[in-house]
Design a protein around this ligand. Structure first.
Ligand code: SF4
Length: 221
C-alpha cells in the first residue's frame, strides 16, 4: 500500500477517491510498504489511528486491519465513507470510525465542488457516506463525525440539518478551515471563518454528541 508516513501510532495512507480542492494530501510523496511492514513499524502501539488521504481505496487495506487486529491493537479508521462496502468489510477489526463530512448531503452542487466530483458521483458519494455511518452505528461502533467549517457551506441551519440526517454520535469535531498552505490549501471562494463562528456551532453540536471538540487558530476546546 502507498504510505505517506507512520509514527506516533498513526498511519497516513496515500491516494484518495475524492479530489477536494483544498486537500494537501493528494500531492504528498508516498512509499510502497507491505501491510506486514506497516505493522512492524507500529510495534508497541496498543491503539492505532489510520487516516490519510483515504485508507479504504487500497486493495490490501483489510490485510493491514486484520494483522493489527490479531496483535490486539485497537483501531480507529478515518474515512470519507464513499466505499460503504469497505466499511462493512472492516467492521470486525475497527473499534472507532471517524467520518469526514464535506457539506450538506442534499446540496449536491456544494458536495460536488467540495469533493471535486461530478454531480452524479457527488450524489452517489452523499448516499454512500450516510450508508457508511448507518452501518457503523448499527454495529455498535464508536463514531466521530468531522466537519471542516467553511463559510457558505456550513452554517447553523445546514449543520442542524446534516446532524438530523446523521443522528446521535459519540463525538463531533468542528474544525476551522484555515486556508493555509500547510493545512488546507487556500482556494478562491473558500474563506476562513472566524473562530467565534465555529464556536457558535459547538452549542448546536452538544445536542447531538456526548463530546464536542473544536479545533482552529483559537486552540482546541
Ligand atoms: S477526502 Fe480527504 S484525503 Fe481525500 S481529497 Fe478530500 S481532503 Fe484529501
Amino acid at each position: 500500500m502507498k504510505i505517506i508516513k507512520t509514527g506516533d501510532c498513526r498511519v497516513s495512507v496515500g491516494l484518495c477517491n475524492l479530489r477536494c480542492p483544498y486537500c494537501v494530501h493528494l500531492e504528498e510523496k508516498t512509499e510502497n510498504v507491505k501491510p506486514e511492514d506497516v505493522v512492524k513499524r507500529l510495534e508497541n502501539c496498543k491503539s492505532v489511528y489510520i487516516g490519510g488521504a483515504e485508507p479504504t481505496v487500497h486493495g490490501d487495506f483489510l490485510q493491514l486491519l486484520s494483522e493489527l487486529s490479531k496483535k490486539g491493537v485497537e483501531i480507529t479508521l478515518k474515512t470519507n465513507g464513499f466505499l460503504s462496502h469497505r466499511i462493512n468489510e472492516s467492521l470486525p477489526f475497527v473499534h472507532r470510525y471517524v467520518f469526514e463530512i464535506k457539506g450538506d448531503f442534499d446540496d449536491i452542487d456544494s458536495v460536488a465542488y467540495l469533493s471535486g466530483l461530478s454531480r452524479e458521483r457527488a450524489k452517489k458519494y452523499s448516499e454512500s457516506l450516510l450508508e457508511s455511518i448507518r452501518i457503523a452505528k448499527e454495529n455498535g461502533k464508536k463514531i466521530r463525525v468531522w466537519f471542516r467549517v467553511i463559510p457558505g457551506y456550513i452554517d447553523d441551519v445546514r449543520f442542524r440539518k446534516m446532524m438530523d440526517r446523521i443522528g446521535k454520535v459519540d463525538e463531533i469535531l468542528l474544525y476551522q478551515f484555515l486556508s493555509r498552505e500547510d493545512w488546507d490549501k487556500p482556494v478562491k471562494g473558500l474563506e476562513k471563518p472566524e473562530f467565534s463562528f465555529v464556536k457558535e456551532l459547538e452549542k448546536i453540536a452538544e445536542r447531538y454528541a456526548d463530546r464536542v471538540i473544536v479545533i482552529g487558530e483559537g486552540g482546541r476546546g
